[in-house]
Design a protein around this ligand. Structure first.
Ligand SMILES: Cc1cc2nc3c(=O)[nH]c(=O)nc-3n(C[C@H](O)[C@H](O)[C@H](O)COP(=O)(O)OP(=O)(O)OC[C@H]3O[C@@H](n4cnc5c(N)ncnc54)[C@H](O)[C@@H]3O)c2cc1C
Length: 401
């Protein structure tokens, strides 16, 4: 039986390698539309643009490593259609490949900015290595950077641009930074962090249009009539999951390709993993995660499912972000918390916020405290909740030794 994987990113690679480590020795073909082997994206908005991370270090697996594992990688070619009845995928170069098992690991793409002027030169997204190279080429000639969107990618890029000595303005449409991902207290911590590093952070700023000169962006205008001059505009307003192939072949899609905890779709021959998915939880709601951990865990589940095994993804979600000298590490989902207990003080730039509902621990956000993050992952995965007193006292370990 041949297995085909659409998408050669973090999730697609994980599926291919997990199939091998689970003992599958049949044919694996991984098809990626980017012209390179699988690479990691997190450094693109962090160390890479500072020259602290090379392109070679971005590569997750070199072609020769994949070849040794007998994984066929087709790069620079996209899948244009999935024919479920014929169990076949069609490629942009005219080829067709039969499958017995199929994984959709198509990732996501930047949400386009829906205002006039968004197509001017030097208005750029940050998703791929090609995007990052385009930014790196412009940065040396740039003095004024404007970031649209105060989410993780926009803020990481703002920190990099400040480190490179650029003037930086961040425009966020909501009333606080990273509103979908962090609590108001953490939003405020990061607003102050950026302001202290010289970034102008404008909240409630609705971008209405971009103006240009000679085809290049010159300024960003907001609905309240303000104008911000800019040589480079980074658009970081979220992503859209790449669900079109799944949709066209009749698979359920709602905020992503709908999968269960084992990464299965309703078609027994098709699984999906990574940014392109939305996972159905036991209460019927859908969880969309955009993270390396999600790509890896769903990839492992997807490989197992293709081999007829159940390996549900049940671990607590975790994520990290680097901005200046601050490492934020988050685990769990804080939605619905009614109490936060602090371990350390925000002013020290070394603290963790433990979020509880009643006395049940839901999530932990750590700033420069990896010594809290790892135990927090264990506690949450085991359904254990340390007492408030234990958390608040830096002298008491989170997990008894
Ligand atoms: C700048 C940046 C910084 C990030 N930082 C962090 C971080 O600090 N921590 C963290 O946990 N996560 C971070 N992430 C998110 C993380 O990188 C993603 O969640 C992860 O890459 C998702 O993996 P994936 O395989 O689902 O998607 P992708 O990595 O996007 O891979 C999907 C691949 O499939 C290809 N593809 C799509 N459609 C087709 C088709 N029809 N045919 C062939 N190929 C196709 C795409 O071009 C792409 O190459 C960051 C992301 C970015 C962009």
């Amino acid at each position: 039986m041949a297995i085909v994987i659409i998408g050669a990113g973090q999730a697609g690679l994980q599926v291919a390698e997990a199939l091998r480590s689970d003992g599958y020795d049949g044919a694996i073909t991984m098809i990626g539309d980017e012209p390179r082997p699988p690479y990691q994206r997190p450094p693109l908005s962090k160390a890479y643009l500072l020259g602290e991370f090379t392109e070679a270090q971005l590569t997750l697996r070199a072609p020769e490593v994949l070849a040794r594992k007998n994984i066929t990688l087709l790069s620079g070619v996209s899948v244009t259609a999935v024919d479920r009845a014929a169990k076949q995928v069609r490629l942009s170069d005219g080829r067709a490949i039969d499958y017995a098992g199929l994984c959709l690991a198509t990732g996501s793409r930047p949400r386009p900015l829906p205002v006039p002027g968004a197509d001017l030169a030097n208005v750029l997204p940050l998703r791929t290595l090609a995007d990052t190279r385009a930014i790196a080429a412009i940065l040396p000639k740039t003095e004024r950077v404007l970031v649209i969107g105060g989410g993780f990618i926009g803020l990481e890029f703002a920190a990099v641009a400040r480190k490179l000595g650029k003037e930086v303005v961040v425009l966020e449409g909501a009333e606080r930074l990273m509103p979908r991902a962090v609590t108001p207290m953490m939003s405020e911590f990061f607003r102050k962090l950026h302001v202290d590093h010289g970034v102008a952070v404008e909240l409630n700023a609705a971008v209405s249009r971009l103006t240009g000169a000679e085809g290049k962006v010159a300024a960003v205008c907001t609905a309240d009539g303000r104008e911000f001059p800019a040589d480079l505009v980074l658009v970081g307003i979220g992503i859209l999951p790449n669900v079109e192939l799944a949709q066209a072949t009749g698979l359920e899609c709602e905020r992503g390709i709908v999968v269960d905890a084992c990464s299965r779709t309703a078609d027994a021959a098709i699984v999906a993993a990574g940014d392109c998915t939305a996972r159905r939880l036991p209460d019927g709601s859908l969880l969309r995660l955009e993270s390396v951990q999600n790509a890896i865990e769903q990839g492992k589940s997807a490989a197992a499912a293709l081999l007829g095994k159940e390996r549900p993804f049940v671990a607590s979600p975790w994520f990290w972000s680097d901005q200046y000298d601050v490492k934020l590490q988050m685990v769990g989902l804080a939605n619905g918390h009614d109490r936060t207990v602090m371990r350390g003080a925000p002013a020290s730039h070394k603290f963790s916020a433990f979020h509880y509902r009643g006395d049940v621990l839901l999530a932990v956000d750590s700033v420069n405290r990896p010594e809290d993050h790892m135990p927090a992952r264990k506690l949450l995965d085991q359904g254990l909740s340390p007492s408030f007193a234990q958390v608040a006292d830096l002298g008491i370990p989170l997990i008894a030794r």
